[in-house]
Design a protein around this ligand. Structure first.
Ligand code: SF4
Length: 377
């Protein structure tokens, strides 16, 4: 959708001969087959355009087996948008009814509202956190938080209450449409984009604070392009807001954290939206010791394994990508790994639980802020 026909053709012609970014594609390295690397995908798409190959389940399996995390673009001297090339291929595959069964099932569940997860308003009221309908600030939790991050939702609410900022959450919060966009259901993405924008507008909020990095990227850069009208409404990731509050003194640090700690930059936040300073401002304020940076960090950080909705189609590979990221974290000597996104948190935690020796504690940055502010133990 976002590559013109000319850009698409040009990208395919560039990628089909080029091995330059293969080194940054962890799934390609794990699968060890050229067809799963950017150059292989370029060659396949070229052959499809020339009528030398047919769209079939094998092509579909290859196009859905990538973390599509945008890192390869950082290696590309031509700045080709290979990620959008893959998404364009997935949209064609989905329309032809050839998408992998796991992707189709996931899409159907989202449309049917199945697996909606926790209710943010119930989580907050159970934890004694006050919300106010029609408040100017709206907390958008996202599917990643609602699936398993009740603590992060509650901690965020506690911090809002502590600072004295009124906020609301959407009743029966809908999905922003990000997973549909990644899995090739563009009609569904349009429908969800319009719904979420209408719901946010009807809430009366002027600022949306987003917990999940992918939801943030969606609302900031894609919802409008899919027909959702968020004009005039400010969208901000929770880490930026917390950094502002700490910097301005609105949120006081009463207890510094002494654990040796490293930080995982979510791709959507650090790479696509170029927000990697706020987490570091927070950490420099709440840590007693210096942050231990991983070898790949900020814009060039490796993915946690959740990129491109890989856990839906290839959870085995998503786990392997996550384990590589955990290795990077351990190499810093840190005992705690903090993330700035519930989806990364969940993916890394799942991978960690598959290992016999954990040796690493994974947490959300919001929890660390709540501890540093004396709101939780
Ligand atoms: S995205 Fe750039 S570096 Fe990667 S294969 Fe295509 S042209 Fe080469």
């Amino acid at each position: 959708m976002f590559l013109s026909e000319e850009e698409r053709t040009e990208t395919i012609r560039a990628c089909r001969h080029c091995p330059m970014c293969n080194v940054a594609d962890r799934v390609a390295q794990l699968v060890c087959r050229e067809s799963y690397a950017p150059r292989g995908r370029g060659a396949i798409l070229f052959a499809l355009d020339q009528g030398l190959l047919d769209w079939d389940e094998t092509v579909a399996e290859i196009m859905y087996t990538t973390q599509n995390d945008g890192l390869i673009r950082e290696w590309c001297v031509g700045n080709y948008d290979h990620e959008e090339l893959v998404l364009d291929a997935r949209a064609k595959i989905f329309k032809k009814g050839l998408a992998p069964v796991e992707a189709v099932r996931f899409i159907e569940d989202l449309h049917a509202g199945r697996g909606r997860g926790l209710s943010p308003s119930e989580v907050l009221s159970k934890e004694g956190v006050a919300t106010e309908s029609k408040a100017n600030m709206l907390l958008f939790c996202g599917c990643g938080s609602r699936e398993s991050e009740g603590d992060t939702i509650a901690d965020t609410g506690r911090i809002f209450n502590h600072v004295g900022i009124k906020f609301q959450v959407l009743p029966k919060e809908p999905c922003c449409g990000w997973p549909l966009y990644q899995l090739g259901d563009l009609e569904g993405t349009r429908e969800f984009s319009v719904t979420i924008a209408d719901r946010i507008r009807a809430s009366g909020a002027s600022t949306v604070v987003v917990l999940d990095a992918d939801c943030y990227r969606m609302l900031l850069t894609r919802t409008g392009r899919f027909g959702g009208d968020l004009k005039g409404i400010k969208v901000i990731p929770v880490v930026s807001l917390l950094a502002e509050w700490i910097e301005s003194g609105q949120l006081k640090v009463t207890r510094k954290i002494s654990d040796p700690l490293t930080y995982h930059d979510p791709c959507a936040l650090a790479r696509y939206c170029e927000e990697s300073d706020s987490p570091r401002k927070i950490l420099s304020a709440i840590l007693e010791v210096e942050l231990k940076e991983m070898e790949s960090n900020r814009k060039l950080a490796n993915c946690c394994g959740a990129g491109g909705m890989l856990p839906v189609t290839r959870p085995d590979l998503a786990d392997k990508v996550a384990l590589l990221r955990l290795e990077e974290a351990r190499a810093t000597g840190a005992s705690t790994l903090a993330t700035g996104c519930p989806r990364c948190h969940g993916t890394l935690t799942r991978a960690l639980s598959s290992e016999s020796e954990a040796g690493l504690h994974i947490t959300n940055l919001v929890r660390l802020v709540a501890i540093a502010a004396g709101l939780v133990e």
